[in-house]
Ligand binder design. Structure first.
Ligand code: HC3
Length: 320
């Protein structure tokens, strides 16, 4: 199993071909001072997700831990950095491969995977990254599982045929279990067809879901735009009203001043003139207050009208 997955094996080269992973270069395993071994791989992956670009380069740093015992058990961590997908600088993936020998010709492979964050994105962005990464990872590892199970069948069949067969060309399948391989061949191919159909169904559902998300986002953006335009309209209306009020205030003030100047008799004594002035100021204040009251009345009635038109619109939409 270790050779299949972590050396330049025929199995892995073929698997990469099927997954359309191209341009793979790899360093050889190098021992570190810690006693563990490391190697690094670069490749270009093909992505089957309409929200992401079609291709992305990736770097995978693999560590084979020193605790591993050749032919008995292996622990390999693989950190995968995808360089050309949206928000690529926010996250990377860690896949832990544990291989344990369970009997002379058998072993168990467990893969643990986690999406890690270098920096914290918004909640919405984080769930977008997590959801899309997990769906890509699940697709990849289910495919790997199916291919490994086929490989097992071919290896065991090959040895059953007295070694005639060796590694033969295989039919393409997806997600098969060990039980599937024990079934008679006709039933088996019917199953394959069904599985292929359900896989296609899952792909269709996935693309329908992503369409749904896109249309929801588009709808919400449209609503936001309309609300912004309405808000701007209200803002300018209020601004204009404030301007009118200010102008009215200035003109009233001017009018009052003119009237006061005209009625000021030249023969009035200083005490009477002061009295007259304060009286005029009071009148000016009263007039300004009256104007403000009128303005507020106007504002009130237009707000009431606005409220009424909103209520009317709500009723029609609830009828609909
Ligand atoms: C799903 C994935 C691309 C494929 C990556 C693979 C399956 C590549 C082969 C490696 O051996 C294992 C592996 C590890 C990580 C996988 C990537 C994780 C995220 C990436 C998605 C296409 C990214 C989508 C997230 C988005 C839309 C926010 O960019």
């Amino acid at each position: 199993m270790f050779e299949l997955l972590f050396t330049d094996s025929y199995f892995f080269r073929r698997f990469m071909d099927v997954r359309k992973i191209t341009g793979c270069t790899s360093t050889s395993w190098q021992r570190e001072t810690s006693g563990s071994m490391k190697r690094s791989r670069n490749y270009t992956i093909t992505i089957n997700n309409p929200l992401v670009g079609k291709f992305s380069t990736a770097t995978e740093n693999q560590t084979l831990y020193k605790e591993s015992r050749e032919g008995h058990y292996y622990i390999v961590d693989a950190e995968v950095y995808t360089h050309d997908v949206p928000y690529h600088d926010y996250f990377y993936t860690v896949n832990r491969y544990c291989i344990i020998r369970t009997s002379k010709h058998k072993c168990r492979l467990r893969i643990y995977t986690d999406v890690k964050y270098n920096k914290q994105p918004w909640g919405f962005v984080k769930s977008f990254i997590t959801k899309n990464s997990w769906s890509g990872l699940e697709d990849y590892f289910r495919h790997l599982e199916a291919e490994l199970l086929e490989e097992e069948v071919e290896l065991t069949q090959g040895s059953g045929d007295g070694g005639k067969g060796g590694l033969r060309r295989r039919r393409r399948t997806f997600s098969r279990t060990l039980q599937d391989h024990a079934r008679p061949s006709r039933q088996y191919s019917a199953d394959l067809e069904q599985r292929r159909d359900s896989t296609m169904g899952a792909v269709n559902i996935k693309s329908a879901q992503s369409w749904n998300i896109t249309s929801i986002i588009a709808g919400m953006s449209l609503i936001l735009l309309i609300l912004t335009v309405l808000n701007l309209g209200l803002f300018f209306k209020l601004w204009a009203m404030e301007d009118v009020a200010h102008r009215m205030y200035l003109s009233t003030k001017q009018r009052m001043r003119e009237r006061a100047e005209a009625s000021l008799a030249p023969d009035l004594g200083p005490r009477q003139s002061v009295l007259h002035q304060s009286h005029d100021e009071a009148r000016l204040l009263r007039a300004v207050l009256q104007d403000s009251i009128n303005l507020l009345e106007q504002l009130r009635s237009s707000l009431l009208e606005l409220q009424r038109s909103f209520l009317g619109r709500n009723k029609t939409s609830s009828h609909l």
